[in-house]
Write a protein that binds this ligand. Structure first.
Ligand SMILES: [Fe+2]
Length: 395
């Protein structure tokens, strides 16, 4: 037998918590930098400077929920700083000390990152990044100790959850090419692919159901924003997963809460834990049914307001072109709200309201805002909630 019969739990019903893209940034790396916090308001919406508060709120919520396992699907750190990794690993031991196992995989920001740096009073300062081996060492008690099989050529590993399910924690970052992967998107190397196939076949021969977690997306979540998000060769990988009856995949990376089906497989992309509404997923799973829903964290500030502020800054330059102030305000309002609902994963509840709004009508009349018209339409295509999913599991 190639695989040890080490299983995580004897239980037939599993509760799994999943979160993604924590982008934890150790405070020492920016505490003397006055403009860092300000710059985040012009970023992509991640509440990086609230990282400690959010991660602590998450840890509390997890301990209260008592899942069988917690999964973090990559981009654990801001830009792969060694101190951020070490501190996050330390914080997560609060969960493992309660006998709740945590399992992590790396994202494209975590290893051999070329943008790793600290933000000082007047200038950037040098900070060490980490390599793949150091990742394995830092997180040795946060996933790798649970492995019933590991892939030597990547950071992928296998966890036999119970008698029904096996989880493949797949490393979709090719570390030998990391300098490219920030922009180039994820892929499985040939050797990772080979290992994946062996595992899928082994799981099938044991009569168990394979589940997959990976940082990059299996499905295209948004037709306008998919470059660099979806894993390379996603269609043939989905075909492989379909062949082995993988019911769902857990991913992250796109920072937006979105569920898409590809070849009968649901790709549940968890939004960034640092983006409004600061959500994570809870999966309840037995050998017949899977139920997934999200929960949000509360912190000292309103995460929705923060997100709206960042969106407003991002759109500001383009919307300045709208000379009629009444129109500008109405268009801005609808774009900001729609963007947040979309990232939150509940835009389906607001489609009619948005289409009937004044801002939506005004935007149609604008000649120089084609991108926004297309982006808005792409978001309005969501007909189902991405904050919940129920599946019947077929063996
Ligand atoms: Fe990320």
């Amino acid at each position: 037998m190639g695989c040890q019969s080490k299983i995580l739990t004897e239980k037939t019903s599993l509760k799994i918590i999943v979160a993604s893209d924590l982008h934890y940034f150790l405070k020492d790396y920016y505490q003397d930098c006055e403009w860092f916090e300000e710059s985040m308001l012009y970023g992509d919406g991640k509440m990086v400077t609230y990282g400690d508060e959010i991660v602590n709120a998450f840890i509390k919520a997890v301990i209260k929920e008592k899942p069988d396992i917690v999964l973090l699907t990559g981009d654990l750190t801001f830009n792969g700083e060694i101190g951020s990794h070490q501190q996050l690993a330390q914080l997560l031991t609060q969960i493992t000390k309660q006998n709740i196992p945590v399992a992590v995989i790396p994202g494209n920001h975590d290893i051999d990152n070329i943008y790793t740096k600290g933000y000082g009073q007047d200038d950037y300062f040098d900070v060490d990044n980490i390599d793949a081996q150091t990742f394995r060492e830092i997180y040795h008690n946060l996933g790798y100790q649970l492995a019933s099989a590991t892939h030597a050529g990547s950071l992928s590993y296998r966890i036999d959850l119970n008698d029904d399910y096996v989880l493949l924690m797949m490393d979709s970052n090719a570390h030998e090419l990391t300098k490219m992967t920030l922009g180039a998107g994820g892929f499985f190397t040939d050797s990772t692919m080979q290992w994946l196939k062996q595992q899928l076949s082994d799981i099938q021969s044991q009569g168990k159901i394979p589940l997959v977690a990976m940082h990059h997306n299996l499905a295209i979540h948004n037709e306008l924003l998919n470059e660099g998000y979806t894993i390379q060769d996603h269609e043939s990988i989905a075909e492989l997963f379909a062949e082995y009856h993988v019911p769902f995949v857990l991913s992250g990376h796109i920072h937006c809460q979105n569920i898409r089906e590809i070849q009968g497989i649901y790709d549940i992309a968890s939004s960034s834990l640092l983006d409004a509404p600061l959500q994570y997923g809870i999966i309840e799973l037995d050998n017949q049914n899977m139920n997934y829903h999200t929960e949000s964290l509360q912190i000292s500030v309103d995460a929705n307001d923060y997100f709206d502020q960042v969106t407003s800054h991002r759109f500001a330059d383009d919307f300045q072109k709208i000379t009629d102030e009444k129109k500008r305000v109405a268009i801005e309002d609808v774009m900001i709200k729609t963007n947040r609902y979309y990232f939150t994963g509940n835009i389906n509840e607001y489609v009619d309201e948005i289409k009937q709004s004044q801002g939506y009508q005004y935007l149609q009349e604008e000649e120089n805002l084609a991108f926004y018209q297309q982006y808005l339409e792409s978001m309005l295509k969501e007909t189902a909630s991405s904050q919940q999913l129920s599946l019947t599991i077929e063996k």
